[in-house]
Design a protein around this ligand. Structure first.
Ligand SMILES: Nc1ncnc2c1ncn2[C@@H]1O[C@H](COP(=O)(O)OP(=O)(O)OP(=O)(O)O)[C@@H](O)[C@H]1O
Ligand SMILES: [Mg+2]
Length: 356
């Protein structure tokens, strides 16, 4: 399959020069043609590192999730997340190198999530990335986390080629993007309040399923009737989303039903609530596809793991399951289409919390 822009330099940036070294992928003694990128991701509650070749082969992807640590608080506690990133980031980077049977000697660039996310958490990854790049004389590649989610589609063995209409549905964002090239996308719509993943999490919390709740709500919904309750799908003009009314509708339904009935009908409630979120996503994605003429639809982000969404959008391409929620392989993948910063300029770059 053609890999537009997969090699250094095709997006107008200077090509990274590969160092002569053994080819770990093939396990042989051939000198590798490709350059290798170390990716680091610490924007929320996953500490992740990955080694990815410039052709988009994932040589390793290590994710240490702190989700269970935050569960008792019902959501991510920023200060707790930062402290755990501090403890985990070096072992996770070491593990990614070891799993790829490589060492820092083989790395050609260090990619890191710059934002959006929790600033304290981002700063841990950014500081480690700067330190590694500086000490090894490597370029640093600051990556936007959302571009990272989109770039999860560009990894081998079955990359998706632009142009396509991208639905990005994650814990903090719900975006519709017109992706014209691997390095270029235009925002068509966003959520006006909660993100789709947040709607899953809040619904799960109301149903007593704990945090993070998307996957748990999906599991519960499997045994339920999706038509049992009618939850509202916000009708907005244009291509924006709104999920906050849905969460309130669930809250009122639970109050009206009472504890005993809720206990009896939990699966129906989960299935109906999930259906409302999925139909909003599917409806808007198809409308955007029609409006832009971008026939190919692709879906990324944590909610892309949802089986009902996958079933309701059979014509779409979905990010591989292991790359839907946060990971560093997608960050290293995106770095292939982002300007590489030489030392010492990158030492001054800062993290950013939200999309500008
Ligand atoms: N099977 C599933 N069905 C529905 N939602 C899911 C599923 N699996 C994960 N999610 C949701 O995906 C979200 C996590 O996705 P992701 O890691 O992409 O978000 P994030 O990184 O926290 O946010 P952002 O990428 O916007 O900064 C959570 O809200 C979680 O509940
Ligand atoms: Mg994310």
């Amino acid at each position: 399959m053609a890999k537009e822009g997969a090699r250094g330099g095709t997006m107008g940036f200077p090509a990274l020069e590969p160092r002569g070294r053994r080819d770990h992928v093939a396990g042989g003694n051939a000198v590798r043609e490709s350059v290798v990128i170390l990716g680091i991701e610490t924007s929320c509650d996953e500490t992740a590192a990955a080694i990815v070749s410039n052709e988009g082969t994932v040589l390793s992807s290590v994710i240490s999730s702190q989700a269970s640590l935050h569960a008792k608080y019902g959501g991510v506690v920023p200060e707790v997340a930062s402290r755990h990133h501090l403890e985990l980031v070096v072992p996770v980077v070491r593990e990614s190198l070891s799993e790829a049977e490589t060492s820092l000697d083989d790395i050609d660039a260090v990619a890191v999530t710059q934002g959006p996310g929790l600033v304290g958490a981002l700063l841990v990854g950014l500081s480690v990335a700067k330190a590694i790049a500086w000490s090894r004389g490597l370029p640093l590649v600051p990556v936007d986390h959302l571009q990272g989610h989109v770039a999860s589609l560009y990894l081998e063995p079955d990359p998706v080629e632009p142009p396509f209409l991208c639905l990005l549905a994650s814990g903090g964002h719900t975006l519709l993007l017109a992706v014209r090239a691997r390095s270029r996308s235009e925002r068509l719509g966003t959520t006006l309040d909660d993100a789709a993943g947040e709607a899953f999490d809040k619904g799960a919390r109301l149903l007593g399923l704990g945090y993070p709740g998307g996957a748990a709500l999906e599991r519960l919904a499997r045994g339920g009737d999706p038509d049992a309750f009618r939850f509202p799908v916000a009708r907005l003009s244009g291509l924006d989303f709104s999920f906050s009314g849905l969460k309130t509708a669930l809250l009122y339904t639970l109050r009206d039903l009472g504890e005993e009935e809720v206990g009896r009908r939990k699966a129906d409630l989960a299935a109906s609530y999930q259906t409302a979120i999925v139909s909003a996503l599917v409806g808007r994605a198809r409308a955007a596809s029609k409006q832009t003429g971008l026939e190919k639809i692709a879906v990324v982000g944590g909610v892309a793991a949802n089986a009902t969404l996958r079933a309701e959008l059979p014509e779409a391409r979905f990010a591989p399951l292991e790359l839907c929620t946060d990971n560093a392989a997608m960050i290293a993948s995106a770095a292939r289409y982002v300007e590489r910063l030489p030392a010492p300029g990158y030492l001054g770059i800062d993290a950013y919390a939200s999309v500008t």
